[in-house]
Design a protein around this ligand. Structure first.
Ligand SMILES: Cc1ncc(COP(=O)(O)O)c(C=O)c1O
Length: 423
């Protein structure tokens, strides 16, 4: 009944797996699309079968060869979760995946699985505001410390931060977000993996490399292929793609993902059947949506690049040739995505004047939807991050983040042009 992520779809391209991967119509009455299993619990066929399934689920004994692992209760797993997880694992090129009820619940379930009191998180900078606050406030209360890497494409800078982290305690996690929210700072994933190996060799446990792949997603960047242990995606963004749901996923080895699923059971952070179904459906069109959004984003970035009211633009498609970031981007990514920031000439007042003039582009946080969104990072997504840490991460009062959608490009550029006139 559960869907095997290592099914025969593995030989196909991502675009093909996105449409049919992880779902066996013949196991579901021939239904071309997955049914939604709106149930909280599952009937045991017999008292002995009930005991058997609990023995295996809680690891009292391994499953016998060929022994089916039926569902028990939807918080522990359900058919729509299995289908979505199998599809996501295929797209991420991983052995297994686990889905949670938001990107943040995925990140918090993963970090709480991997970290112990006294551990250190070595991380790229900036991190999404929620992740930053999770590590520096909630996890800090449990004795977890954090060290930021100055420049995560520079081997000397990464190793310098690694030394500082090791002085503070065992490094449980190397957390990489690339491109970073909101500055699109690039981190070298392969370098992080190499340094994590060096750290692991000097302490009595493995430093696990976790990459937040939300900004690009599986069609444009594959952290697992670059050696990362776990790849996290906020499925709320490009995977869901329509700004109408919250979800998150993590992919990696069956062993690590299995540990995440165990804690997810206790935290209750699993994804519900209907949202799993919606994300499974949206994954089918993700590559087409992100391609169109990507070409719109490039056109907008080009418009902004020469604009007299714009100070700088943080778009990975414009990384200067010959720089380390450009070299890493070329090696690591297959696209520039469609979320980027730019800095206007001026601060909060000028930014607010411009934002209040927009008519097509909507002012809201989040990214990856069909519609174009814009927000002032310092007063929204990164409001609760202390100014000093915010500015160290490159977010000043003139920084605006845009998530470009799939509307007609002429309308988007005309809207930006008239709003920039307000500055
Ligand atoms: C890079 C990144 N990671 C994680 C998250 C959190 O995802 P969610 O809003 O689904 O909890 C976000 C949200 O904006 C994000 O931008």
């Amino acid at each position: 009944m559960t869907t095997d992520p290592k099914d025969n779809q593995r030989g196909f391209a991502r675009e093909t797996n996105a449409v049919g991967g992880g779902y066996d119509a013949h196991a579901h009455g021939g239904s071309v699309k997955p049914p939604v299993f709106m149930t909280s619990t599952f009937v045991y066929p017999s008292a002995q079968a009930a005991k058997d399934v609990h023995e295996v689920f809680f690891g009292t004994r391994p499953a016998r060869p060929g022994e089916a692992q039926p569902y028990i209760y939807s918080r522990l797993g359900h058919p729509n979760l299995s289908i979505l997880e199998a599809r996501l694992a295929l797209l991420d090129g991983a052995e297994a995946a686990a889905c949670c009820n938001s990107g943040m619940s995925t990140i918090s379930t993963v970090l709480q699985t991997l970290l112990q009191p006294g551990d250190v998180v070595l991380h790229s900078r900036p991190l999404y505001g929620g992740t930053d606050l999770l590590i520096n406030t909630h996890l800090h209360r449990f004795g977890v410390k954090a060290v930021a890497i100055g420049d995560a494409v520079d081997p000397a800078s990464v190793r310098h931060a690694a030394e500082e982290a090791m002085r503070l305690g065992p490094v449980g996690v190397v957390m990489i977000e690339s491109p970073a929210n909101p500055t699109s700072a690039i981190a070298d994933i392969a370098l992080a993996v190499e340094v994590a190996k060096e750290i692991s060799a000097r302490q009595d446990r493995k430093a696990v490399v976790v990459v937040d792949n939300t900004f690009l997603g599986p069609f444009q960047q594959n952290p697992i292929a670059l050696g990362a242990d776990l790849c996290i995606t906020s499925l709320t963004k490009y995977a869901g793609g329509h700004s109408d749901l919250l979800a998150g996923g993590v992919s990696g080895s069956a062993e690590l993902v299995g540990r995440v699923k165990q804690l997810r059971t206790f935290l209750g952070s699993h994804l519900d059947p209907y949202t799993c179904w919606l994300v499974t459906r949206s994954l089918e069109t993700m590559h087409i949506r992100t391609e169109r959004a990507g070409s719109n984003a490039r056109a907008i970035a080009e418009f902004l690049r020469g604009h007299p009211k714009v100070k700088s633009i943080l778009y990975v498609g414009f990384l200067e040739e010959g720089t380390k970031a450009a070299e890493v981007f070329a090696r690591q990514c297959r696209g520039a995505g469609s979320t980027f920031s730019f800095r206007i000439k001026g601060g909060e007042a000028e930014a607010f004047r411009m934002l209040d003039r927009l008519r097509v582009i909507r002012m809201a946080v989040s990214l990856g939807g069909t519609e174009t969104l814009i927000c002032h990072s310092a007063s929204t997504t990164h409001y609760a991050v202390p100014r000093e840490r915010r500015e160290a991460g490159g977010i000043d009062d003139g920084t605006l983040r845009m998530s470009v959608g799939i509307e007609h490009i002429d309308d988007l550029i005309a809207d930006l042009a008239q709003a920039l006139d307000a500055i």
